[in-house]
Design a protein around this ligand. Structure first.
Ligand SMILES: C[S@@+](CC[C@H](N)C(=O)[O-])C[C@H]1O[C@@H](n2cnc3c(N)ncnc32)[C@H](O)[C@@H]1O
Length: 219
């Protein structure tokens, strides 16, 4: 999807993907975490960033929409400082408890120099790769590899019959995970659940079967 599509989504507040509660599998990530910091690509205004930021030394999110970046800090009752960071505008709040920086702009324009915090980065992907059509996915994975030579990616996937609905979200199944992350040193399935109500955040998907899974992928 092009930036124009996502800007319209935020402008119209058609954000059915946004969860009103923390994801129940966050505990797996905070238990298994490998690095000092965490990167959240295509972060939206995800509430999950609050417990993640509390668990890691620093959190960096990447998000196209200014509305999403501003809403995130408003809902967290934090006042960010705004500055320039590479080709991005940075919204950052840091105190003795948390350090959260949202880089507003294009994920594909991020550079490794923006991720030089001590202790390296894990990656948390919820509704990021599934938001991208097949035509953009290889570039998404290539960018992650460019940004992080070694990392652990925690990624939530959705499996359904793509013929039943048009995306986003787009199906990301086990075969695709193995195909895109074939280069990784390990890929572990941590959780998998059939969603009987077929509800994805605030949307009920018109599909006959919906499975959500969580993988831990290391390279
Ligand atoms: C399906 S939403 C998921 C948001 C968040 N991960 C969550 O769980 O709520 C996808 C998000 O990716 C953002 N996005 C899409 N393309 C992007 C890009 N090229 N660079 C940065 N953000 C992008 C959209 O604005 C949108 O907020």
């Amino acid at each position: 999807m092009e930036p124009k599509f996502w800007h319209q989504v935020w402008k119209n507040n058609s954000i059915g993907f946004h969860q009103m509660e923390f994801h129940p599998w966050l505990k797996n990530i905070t238990e298994e975490k490998m690095a000092a910091n965490v990167f959240v690509p295509l972060c939206g205004k995800s509430l999950d960033m609050c417990p993640l930021a509390a668990s890691y030394d620093g959190l960096i999110g990447a998000e196209l929409s200014e509305i999403a970046c501003r809403d995130f800090f408003t809902q967290a009752k934090l006042t960010p400082e705004i500055s320039n960071n590479g080709q991005h505008q940075q919204f950052r709040f840091a105190d003795s408890e948390v350090d959260i920086a949202l880089l507003m702009g294009d994920y594909f324009a991020l550079s490794p120099e923006q991720f030089n915090a001590k202790g390296g980065f894990d990656i948390f992907d919820r509704a990021a790769m599934v938001a991208l059509p097949q035509s953009m996915r290889q570039a998404y994975v290539d960018k992650l590899r460019e940004l992080f030579k070694h990392t652990t990616l925690f990624i939530m996937t959705l499996e359904f019959d793509q013929n039943e609905i048009s995306g986003p979200p787009f199906c990301l199944n086990d075969t695709m995970i193995n195909q895109y992350f074939g280069f990784a040193t390990s890929a572990k399935l941590l959780e998998s659940k059939l969603l009987d109500d077929k509800v994805f955040a605030q949307r009920k998907l018109k599909v006959s079967s919906l499975r959500e899974s969580l993988y831990q992928i290391t390279w």
